[in-house]
Design a protein around this ligand. Structure first.
Ligand code: ACO
Length: 436
C-alpha cells in the first residue's frame, strides 16, 4: 500500500475536534481512507451495511472497473485469458501471480491431475443424503467434509499445507460436483481419467458411464473450460469475503471454502444463473417471446417483487465483460448441438434487447451479467439447472483459495470483526414469568 500525499479530514458539527485520516493509493481504482484508528481517536464507528464504500482488504489478484466493464486477473484482461489460456493456466496465474511457462504448466497440470480422486469413504458420506437433495446442500457438506480426510493440509498458517490444500481443492471439486450429480440420478460414479483435460475429465465424469467409452466433444470441452475461466475469481464479492472472514479465524482451508460454497448458493449471488434459467423457462411456459413485454412491466413495477434475473451487478454499471464472452460461447455451443433455434435463447436475446433500450434499465445502468448466458450454455450441454451453482462453485474455488492464501500471507491481516450501530433496548430488568 502506498501512502498518498493526500489526507482526509473528518470534522464534526458538535464541536468535537476534527481528525486527520491517512489516504492510501492502489495501482488503479479508488484510493482508500484509512479509518483503522478512527474508533480510538473519536469513539465512533463508520456505518456501511453491504460494504458499499468499504475496502475490506488490500489485494493484488483481481481488478474490476465496473464503469468501464473491465475485469483483470493479475493485470491480464479476461478477454485475453479466455481466448489464449485454459482454466488451469488461469488457476496458476491466480494462485502464484504469473502465467506459467510451458514447463511450469505441464508440472502444474500433472499435480492437479494426480489429486483428482477423492477418498473412497466420501461415497459413504454421500449416501447419507437424500437422492433429491440440492447439489449445493451436498457440496457444502462434502467440501467441509474434506477436512476430515486430509489432516495433513489443514494448518492454514503452514505455507506447505496451504499449497497442498489448494491443489487438492482445485483437483477434487470436479469429482465432487460430478459425484453429487451422479448420486442424484442414481448412476454409478465415474473415476477421473488422467489423460483428459480438466474440463474434458469433468464432462466425462458427468456424462460418461462405465459401460461405454466417452468421447469428449471439443466444442463443449472449450465451453466448459471458458465457464470455469470466467467464474474463477471476482475480487471481494460476497462468497470471497465470506471465505476471507471465515478463514480469518484460522480455521482450516476446507472449512473456509465450504463457507464460500454456502454463501454462493444464494439467488442474489451464484444462485442467479439457476434463478435466471428458471425465469426464462417460466416466461416460456407462459407464452414465450409474445409475453416478454408483459413480464418486463412486472419487473419495472416495484410492488411485484419480480427482478430480471441475470441483470444488474453491484460493481458493473456497464456490460459485464464475461457476459459478452459467454454469449459467444453460447452461439458456438448451440450451433454445435444444432440448437440455434432454441426458444430460450431467442427469449433471452429478446429480453436483453428490450432491457438495453428501456429507460428503467438504462437509468439504473443495469446490464446483463455473466449468468444471463451461462445458464443457457450449461442447459444445452446437459447440465441440470440445480447443478449450475455447483459448477460456479467448482470454478470459483481457485479464486477463494488465492484470496484466502493472500490474506493469510498479509502481515496486516486480523480476524474479521465488524462493529454495529446498536438500536435495541437500553438495559432493563427481567420480570418474573407471571408478570410478563
Ligand atoms: N431487475 C430489476 N430491477 C433491478 C435489478 C434487476 N435484476 N437489479 C437492480 N434493480 C434495480 C433495483 O430495484 C434498484 O432500483 P431503485 O433504485 O429504483 O430502488 C436499482 O436497480 C439498483 O439496484 P440495487 O439492488 O441497489 O443494486 P445492488 O448493487 O444492491 O444489487 C444485484 C445488485 C443484487 C446483483 C441486483 O442487481 C440483482 O438482484 N440482480 C438480479 C440477480 C442477479 O442476476 N445476480 C447475479 C449477480 S452476478 C453474480 O453473482 C455472478
Amino acid at each position: 500500500m502506498k501512502l498518498s500525499d493526500n489526507k482526509a479530514t473528518l470534522s464534526f458539527s458538535n464541536g468535537k475536534a476534527a481528525v486527520e485520516l491517512p489516504v492510501y493509493e492502489g495501482t488503479m481504482g479508488p484510493d482508500v481512507i484509512d479509518i483503522r484508528k478512527l474508533y480510538g481517536q473519536t469513539g465512533m464507528f463508520t456505518y456501511d451495511p453491504g460494504f458499499l464504500s468499504t475496502a475490506s482488504c488490500q489485494s493484488a489478484i483481481t481488478y474490476i472497473d465496473g464503469d468501464k466493464g473491465e475485469l483483470l486477473y493479475r493485470g491480464y484482461p479476461i478477454e485475453q485469458l479466455a481466448t489464449n489460456c485454459d482454466y488451469l493456466e488461469t488457476c496458476y496465474l491466480l494462485l502464484y501471480g504469473e502465467l506459467p511457462n510451458a514447463t511450469q504448466k505441464a508440472e502444474f497440470d500433472e499435480r492437479v491431475t494426480r489429486h483428482t480422486m477423492v477418498n473412497e469413504q466420501m461415497q459413504f458420506f454421500l449416501r447419507g443424503f437424500r437422492r433429491d437433495a440440492h447439489p449445493m446442500a451436498i457440496l457444502t457438506g462434502l467440501v467441509g467434509g474434506l477436512s476430515a480426510f486430509y489432516h495433513d493440509s489443514t494448518d492454514i498458517n503452514n505455507p506447505e499445507h496451504r499449497e497442498i490444500a489448494a491443489i487438492r481443492l482445485i483437483a477434487k471439486m470436479p469429482t465432487l460436483v460430478a459425484m453429487a450429480y451422479k448420486y442424484g440420478i442414481g448412476a454409478p460414479y465415474m473415476y477421473p481419467q488422467n489423460n483428459l483435460s480438466y474440463a474434458g475429465n469433468f464432462l466425462r465424469m458427468m456424462f460418461g458411464n462405465p459401460c461405454e467409452e466417452y468421447k469428449v466433444n471439443p466444442v463443449l470441452e472449450r465451453a466448459m473450460d471458458r465457464i470455469f475461466i470466467l467464474h474463477a475469481d471476482h475480487e471481494q464479492n460476497a462468497s470471497t469475503s465470506t471465505v476471507r472472514l471465515c478463514g480469518s479465524s484460522g480455521t482450516n482451508p476446507f472449512a473456509a471454502i465450504a463457507a464460500g460454497v454456502a454463501c454462493l448458493w444464494g439467488p442474489a449471488h451464484g444462485g442467479a444463473n439457476e434463478a435466471c434459467l428458471n425465469m426464462l423457462e417460466d416466461i416460456q411456459r407462459n407464452g414465450g417471446v409474445a409475453k416478454v413485454g408483459e413480464f418486463m412491466e412486472k419487473v419495472k413495477d416495484k410492488s411485484s417483487g419480480v427482478k430480471l434475473m441475470g441483470f444488474g451487478h453491484r460493481v458493473y454499471k456497464n456490460y459485464d465483460p464475461r457476459a459478452k464472452l459467454m454469449q459467444e460461447t453460447c452461439n458456438e455451443v448451440l450451433a454445435e448441438l444444432g440448437l440455434e433455434k432454441d426458444p430460450l435463447f431467442a427469449l433471452a436475446k429478446q429480453l436483453e434487447k428490450i432491457a438495453l433500450e428501456d429507460d428503467y434499465f438504462v437509468q439504473r445502468k443495469l446490464y446483463p451479467n455473466v449468468d444471463f448466458y451461462s445458464g443457457i450454455v450449461q442447459r444445452a450441454i446437459g447440465i441440470p439447472v440445480n447443478l449450475f451453482t455447483g459448477i460456479f462453485a467448482l470454478a470459483r474455488t481457485v479464486g477463494w483459495i488465492a484470496q484466502l492464501n493472500e490474506m493469510i500471507s498479509d502481515p496486516e491481516y486480523k480476524i474479521g470483526r465488524p462493529r454495529q450501530l446498536f438500536t435495541g433496548h437500553a438495559p432493563r430488568q427481567v420480570q418474573p414469568i407471571g408478570q410478563r
